[in-house]
Design a protein around this ligand. Structure first.
Ligand SMILES: [Zn+2]
Ligand SMILES: [Zn+2]
Length: 338
């Protein structure tokens, strides 16, 4: 649904196909190693260094107007702007919670993210007290309106970092600059790009993969300052979704493998999560009408299995209406009989 900047970026930089090894590097012509990072092989570059050159060339071509820059789809923009229209919020660390980090789609101006007692404040660019010359120059050069640039201030570290973001909230470039504020003995404030000594905080991107109420996945990326290293995390809902997907795929693969054994290739099969069938049947074996206990795991004879009502061998389909809950032993006894 939301196609992020980085997917577009990867697509734009990819060569026709992944290099298998031996192909010439697009930058230096040296052969690409078959064991090079997949991203390098996708882009046909031989090393991180040539990858950097490729990225620089690409960005220069956009700046010169030779190729169009990132343009999110209208649909994406609509969704993003709807999500960006929420009121600013405080996102806290809740240690007792099942998932400890409050989050949303993405941070917007006015948000405060508290991580382990340290706060990061999302402010518009004009509230950033001071920018180094080179950054002011870069910002002017991008011709981005100030509303598309966000700063993240950390009062505890007297530090900030600047983002370029879409009006809609999507981060298109991160950590453009880090600036520290110093208080002189005379009480004046000065600024510099050297870290403050004695302030022991991490600044980084927190990534949280989650699922919305409609079952759609999304990822919250936020620059945060924290006493703990910012992490890449999955919420329990996102993990459930991933488990659901792998259960669904395993069941489908097993069905298709049986069809293949019968000489039928790429048999049509619905996406069915066995768990949904078990829940629908209240964990009652539909063959013997006795409950199935969750503690028995396959290959225990009393463990739960998915039974095709009309057997696969007789053309039974892999669909909710043709699937039911059964003890493994009952399933075996039934065999190929309908
Ligand atoms: Zn190279
Ligand atoms: Zn049974």
């Amino acid at each position: 649904m939301v196609e992020p900047y980085w997917d577009w970026f990867d697509q734009m930089l990819a060569a026709d196909s992944r290099a298998l090894g031996g192909e010439p590097c697009r930058i230096c012509q040296q052969p690409i190693s078959p064991t090079a990072h997949p991203k390098q092989r996708d882009r046909h570059v031989c090393s991180p260094r040539c990858n950097d050159s490729l990225k620089r060339r690409f960005k220069r071509r956009i700046e010169r107007g030779e190729i169009p820059g990132y343009q999110p789809h209208a649909g994406t923009l609509a969704i993003m702007s709807e999500r960006a229209s929420r009121a600013p919020q405080i996102f806290r660390t809740v240690r007792e919670a099942e998932f400890p980090y409050e989050h949303s789609w993405f941070p917007i101006v006015g948000d405060v993210i508290e991580r382990h007692g340290v706060t990061s404040h999302y402010v518009p660019l004009d509230q950033i007290p001071w920018l180094p010359d080179h950054l002011a120059w870069v910002l002017a050069d991008t011709k981005l309106p100030a509303a598309r640039v966000l700063g993240v201030l950390c009062p505890d570290a007297r530090m900030w970092t600047v983002h370029f973001i879409e009006t809609t909230g999507e981060t298109i470039r991160l950590a453009m600059a880090e600036v520290w504020a110093y208080d002189t003995p005379t009480g004046q404030r000065t600024y510099g790009s050297e870290p403050l000594t004695g302030v022991d905080l991490y600044q980084g991107i927190e990534m949280i993969k989650d699922v919305d109420d409609a079952g759609q996945e999304y990822q919250w990326d936020a620059t945060v300052f924290s006493p703990a290293r910012p992490e890449k995390l999955w919420t329990p809902a996102r993990m459930d979704l991933s488990q659901k997907r792998s259960r669904t795929t395993r069941a489908k693969n097993a069905y298709q493998a049986r069809k293949r054994a019968l000489g039928i290739h790429a048999a049509a099969a619905d996406e069915v999560d066995p768990q949904d069938i078990y829940d629908r049947d209240d964990w009652i074996c539909q063959l013997c009408q006795h409950p199935v206990e969750r503690r028995y795991l396959w290959p225990h004879p009393m463990s739960i299995t998915l039974d095709h009502v009309l057997p696969v061998t007789r053309g039974g389909s892999h669909s909710t209406t043709n699937l039911q809950t059964a003890h493994w032993i009952c399933n075996l006894r039934k065999g190929n009989a309908p």
